[in-house]
Ligand binder design. Structure first.
Ligand code: ADP
Length: 485
């Protein structure tokens, strides 16, 4: 891996805690595996729960001075970090593809996307405004100030090894919190490379630490039970989110949760079909279907069902499966064997209930963790894919007749993260965008992620928002001050 980089020092095989690059005290490590080739690319320190507690102690001490800095001083450091991330975009992208599998072009995009949060929240650091409220009595003055919550701890998944961390650490640091991250054990190298650049940008020791550990549940418990942690921010499955919320309840800890989705993608009769196909490809097959905002259920109205399926089939068959590091690859491998099992399970379930394969439906010739992008038609609401996120390159097409029917089907889920629809009629557009019970609605677009907008879900898809001027609020407390004059 190092031989592919202009700055090989970005490949770090130590944990970064309290400004030090360290091994686990007992010398334990875990392997990072390249999902395209199956070879071990790094051995990373496997820190214990006890060591995690020490990291939190250091973060607790460091936060005090960090919070005393002006927003402008914190902004300068974040700006420098953003610049360094962009200057090292290519290397960071190669590291990401090597450990995560996504095509290099997508990794480059993710580095820019992740860095954009660092830039954005650096700017927001200067704008944490409070307010004055006219007093309720003649001798009372009321002011409201915003203060950092304290130590924030984060747990992130492997699907966006840079951006999922950037969306949390940037607002935390901008607000004046310190931040301890436990990245997914499949993809720690991207997190460590970010820390390396953060160190160079001047983030003080202890303000940002990376706890590498295979023991997700032990570290998760320490984050929830250690009284020095005041904020937990998690991106991952709803299942694990529920566990963490239960654990965090004992300390009444503030929590932000970006959990699972089950995104509907609706194509109405009046849609621009070519645009809808383009949007569906971008939305369904980005990161090989492994994002929480990927279309999971594609609903197509009767009148355009055949035309849309034919065009989607053609576009899907043009996608090239392969090693993300090779030029021209559209779809990399899935992250691990159990991800392949889930795709196969949803496919078998759909076929047993009347679904028919339009294209794909089997492993790619490359074998390993490569699966062919797949479309099935005649999908129905009783299939597993209607209820659960596949998190893979599997696109089920459902047929519907009218607006009310599709709105009901689209909302018939415990999830409420992203949703999409294609239509032109203005009253239909307004009716549907308001009726979808989702935190995010893409209208005539399949790509919705940007640092300037609030990203987050309703129902069991989560709590809180990441990005936009709202995103920093998750790391701030309001203090109301009543002054007797
Ligand atoms: P995914 O399917 O994307 O891996 P998970 O919710 O299983 O979603 O994992 C998201 C992150 O949460 C990963 O970093 C994983 O290691 C971590 N994790 C899994 N189980 C727990 C747990 N019990 N406590 C804390 N973190 C966990």
């Amino acid at each position: 891996l190092k031989s592919l980089l202009s700055n090989p020092d970005l490949v770090m095989d130590k944990a970064y805690i309290n400004g030090q690059w360290v091994d686990a005290r007992n010398g334990a490590t875990f392997d990072v595996v390249n999902p395209a080739r199956g070879d071990v690319i790094a051995k990373i320190p496997d820190l214990s729960r006890e060591e995690t507690g020490e990291v939190i102690d250091a973060a607790y001490k460091a936060q005090k001075d960090w919070a005393k800095k002006t927003g402008k001083d914190r902004a300068k450091i974040l700006r420098k970090w953003f610049d360094l991330m962009m200057a090292n975009q290519e290397d960071l992208a190669i590291i990401m593809t090597a450990e995560q599998g996504k095509p290099l072009a997508e990794s480059r995009g993710e580095i820019a996307y992740g860095a954009s949060f660092v830039e954005w929240f650096g700017e927001e650091a200067k704008r944490v405004y409070g307010e004055t409220i006219p007093g309720h009595m003649a001798d009372k003055r009321i002011t409201v100030i915003k203060q950092p919550i304290g130590v924030a701890a984060g747990i992130t998944p492997w699907n966006f090894p840079n951006a999922m961390i950037a969306r949390k650490v940037a607002p935390a640091l901008a607000a004046g919190c310190s931040f301890v991250i436990r990245p997914a054990s499949q993809t720690p190298l991207s997190a460590l490379a970010m820390a390396k650049l953060g160190e160079e940008a001047g983030i003080p020791a202890g303000v940002f630490s990376v706890v590498t550990s295979e023991d997700a549940s032990g570290v998760g418990k320490e984050f929830c039970e250690n009284p020095k942690v005041r904020k937990l921010t998690f991106t991952g499955s709803t299942e694990v989110g529920r566990i963490l919320l239960r654990q965090a309840a004992d300390q009444v800890m503030k929590c932000s949760m970006e959990l699972g989705g089950n995104a509907p993608f609706i194509v109405f009769d009046d849609a621009d079909i070519d645009e809808a196909v383009k949007g569906a490809i971008a939305c369904k097959f980005r990161n090989n279907g492994q994002t929480c905002v990927c279309a999971n259920r594609i609903y197509v109205q009767d009148g355009v069902y055949d035309a849309f399926s034919a065009k989607l089939k053609e576009a899907v068959e043009a996608l090239k499966v392969g090693d993300g590091l090779s030029e021209g690859t559209d779809l990399g491998p899935l992250i691990e064997p159990k991800a392949i099992d889930k795709v196969k399970d949803h496919l078998a379930d759909a076929l047993s209930k009347g679904g028919k394969v339009l294209t794909g439906g089997e492993m790619a010739p490359e074998g390993g963790q490569f699966f062919l992008p797949t479309i099935i038609c005649d999908a129905t609401q009783d299939m597993k894919v209607a209820r659960e996120e596949t998190f893979g390159p599997f696109a089920p097409l459902f047929r519907f007749k009218d607006e009310d029917e599709v709105i009901e089907m689209a909302n018939d889920t415990i999830f409420g993260l992203a949703s999409y629809f294609y239509a032109k009629d203005l009253s239909r557009v307004i009716k549907v965008q308001e009726a979808l019970e989702y935190g995010i609605v893409g209208v005539n677009t399949g790509i919705i992620s940007t640092e300037v907008a609030p990203f987050g879900g309703v129902k069991q898809s989560g709590l809180g928002r990441e990005g936009s001027h709202h995103g920093i609020e998750d790391y701030l407390e309001l203090k109301y001050i009543c002054t007797n004059v």
